[in-house]
Ligand binder design. Structure first.
Ligand SMILES: [Zn+2]
Length: 565
């Protein structure tokens, strides 16, 4: 190990390992913005297939607010992508934590210059850069960037994370003393009970059932008495609001007690990116698919490998015995300790079921622990072992060009492969064909299609209906802020609108007088932008050429000339 590497490792090791698990430095980091911190999202918040790994700080519906380094450090990573974090910056700090700033509009001038040199060298807007350790040093409170809305962001805000530098685990940024005003209790939206073994029942049902509750004088909730037998569990839908904003954010901790004993307790202090997809075992995924609401279950369902549990007894499941009575108490907390509590009285009694629901039977019983391969004629589907958390009857329905591979009521943890046989189509037609996923409304969404002769395949983690589709229409390109042969001397940038009707835009490239220029692509607004500061033009007349290619290879070239002095 070189001396330099040794010092890097020591630098990274310095902090977290010397601290206890729940001790975080409280007075080292300053806030990343100089406005009051109001959150549009909390750490651990339930998102699509993942837990939110940071906090979303509102930026007053604006872009361009200065973003400050929360402490001294060195930039370890800069990433620019059309999706995800957009423009993002990572700074490692001497205490062993790395701060992450995402959806940025642009970087500070020095960093911007450093990044653009690399973008021009690689001829790519999307880049991922790992500067040498110590190459770009940052001082606490220095402006590192300006807040924006780039990548998968649906409104101006700063996505901010604090990770453990060594293992990359994101930690809750509010554990470091950043001030966010919150005297508001979490809100309970709905309460649910689940029969969990074959002869269990809740209120004469052998399926999930929603429970009624009412508010009591002391602010807690009391559910109507539940009549149950066998192994049961509970789940809640809840959100937390901070002060000064209406955003419905995630709660910090959910604790379940039965007759005073803790049966389950989990919180969002930290988690790892490798486990984040197991969110689909925490929530009731089927319910989410139907109602777009996320129930967090207070028991550990099959396949759940989350490390967020502080305490578990009997996996949070409750054995209800005939003739006994129980008090289940669920406490929902935010990070400030504001708590909402619901009490559920349960009596053990077996009553006739009102209607017995049977799990849907199909000819195909999928055993989750083994590989499963199904030939559906026009297509085949291959599931590697442990693609799913549980065994189930999979619904497979082949059609002419379309196959139904169950529906998205069951979560897949791993990618599986769908292959189509396109041999019925002539070669020329196959060129513009691709595999698409059909939305519930029948809209075709392009899937990354690998073509091997007449065989098309794609990998996905979503069950649903897939089809072969065709795109013969090339992308469209249209200037937004200039015209042919126009004088653009006072213009700061060029803007164009690009779009593709079906398969979507795969790539684009632009030149000015034959030299590659950097165009920033913002898919949300279908906009390509060129900044005139990038290149000093040596000619009065400039020839612009922009080529855009869609996902099946149709391409369009746009030419225009303008004048500039
Ligand atoms: Zn975020």
């Amino acid at each position: 190990m070189s001396m330099r590497l040794v010092s890097v490792v020591l630098f990274l090791l310095a902090g977290p390992l010397l601290l206890g698990q729940s001790q975080y430095p409280k007075d080292v980091f300053q806030p990343p913005l100089d406005i009051p911190l109001i959150l549009a999202g909390t750490f651990g918040e339930l998102r699509s297939n993942h837990f939110h790994s940071g906090i979303d700080i509102k930026t007053q519906q604006r872009q361009g607010l200065p973003v400050y380094a929360i402490a001294d450090g060195t930039i370890t990573r800069i990433k620019i992508s059309h999706w995800g974090y957009g423009k993002a910056l990572y700074i490692a700090h001497p205490n062993g934590y790395t701060s992450v700033y995402a959806h940025l509009q642009k970087f500070s001038p020095e960093i911007e210059k450093y990044v653009k040199e690399i973008q021009y060298r690689k001829k790519s807007y999307e880049v991922e850069i790992y500067p040498d350790f110590g190459e770009i040093k940052i001082e606490k409170g220095g402006i590192i960037a300006y807040s924006g809305n780039t990548g998968g962001s649906s409104g101006p805000h700063l996505h901010f994370e604090i990770r453990n530098s060594l293992n990359e685990k994101p930690t809750n940024p509010l554990l470091y003393g950043l001030e966010v005003r919150d005297a508001t209790n979490p809100s309970l939206v709905s309460l649910h009970a689940y029969p969990l073994n074959s002869d269990a029942q809740v209120n004469q049902s052998n399926e999930r059932i929603q429970l009624n509750y009412s508010k009591q004088a002391d602010g807690t909730y009391l559910a109507d008495e539940v009549k149950a037998i066998g192994t049961i569990g509970f789940g809640i839908n809840a959100y937390d609001r901070q002060d000064m904003a209406a955003n419905k954010n995630g709660v910090f901790e959910i604790q379940q007690l039965v007759n005073g004993r803790v049966y389950s307790d989990f919180d969002f202090e930290s988690f790892s990116f490798s486990e984040t997809r197991y969110i689909n075992t925490l929530i009731d995924y089927t319910y989410f698919g139907r109602n777009k609401q996320r129930i967090q279950r207070c028991f550990k369902a099959p396949g759940n490998r989350l490390s967020i549990y502080k305490e578990l007894f009997n996996d949070g499941k409750i054995e209800i015995k005939e003739g006994l009575s129980y008090t289940v108490e669920i406490r929902i907390r935010d990070l400030e300790g504001n708590t909402v509590t619901v009490y559920i009285p349960v009596v053990g009694i077996r009553e006739p079921l009102l209607k017995k629901s049977e799990a849907k039977q199909t000819p195909y019983l999928l055993k989750s622990k083994q590989t499963n391969n199904y030939d559906l004629g026009i297509a085949s589907v291959y599931f590697p072992e442990n693609t799913f958390y549980e065994d189930f009857h999979i619904d497979l329905q082949p059609g002419r060009d379309t196959v139904k591979i169950h529906d998205n009521s069951i979560p897949a943890h791993k990618n599986f492969t769908i292959s189509f046989d396109a041999s019925a189509y002539p070669q020329l037609e196959r060129k513009s064909m691709f595999i698409a996923r059909l939305s519930r409304k029948g809209k075709a969404q392009y899937m990354n299609t690998y073509k091997n002769g007449t065989s098309f395949s794609t990998r996905t983690r979503e069950l649903g209906t897939y089809t072969m589709a065709q795109d013969t229409v090339p992308p469209k390109i249209r200037p937004r802020n200039f015209k042919q042969k126009q004088w653009l001397t006072n213009y700061r940038y060029l803007s164009l609108r690009i779009s593709d009707d079906l398969s979507g835009i795969a790539s684009y490239t632009a030149t000015l007088n034959g030299e590659w220029i950097l165009m920033e692509y913002e898919p949300k607004t279908s906009t390509l932008t060129y900044n005139f500061d990038d290149v000093i033009l040596d000619k009065k007349q400039c020839n612009l050429e922009v080529t855009v290619t869609d996902n099946v290879g149709n391409s369009t070239t746009f030419n225009s000339s303008f004048f500039r002095r």
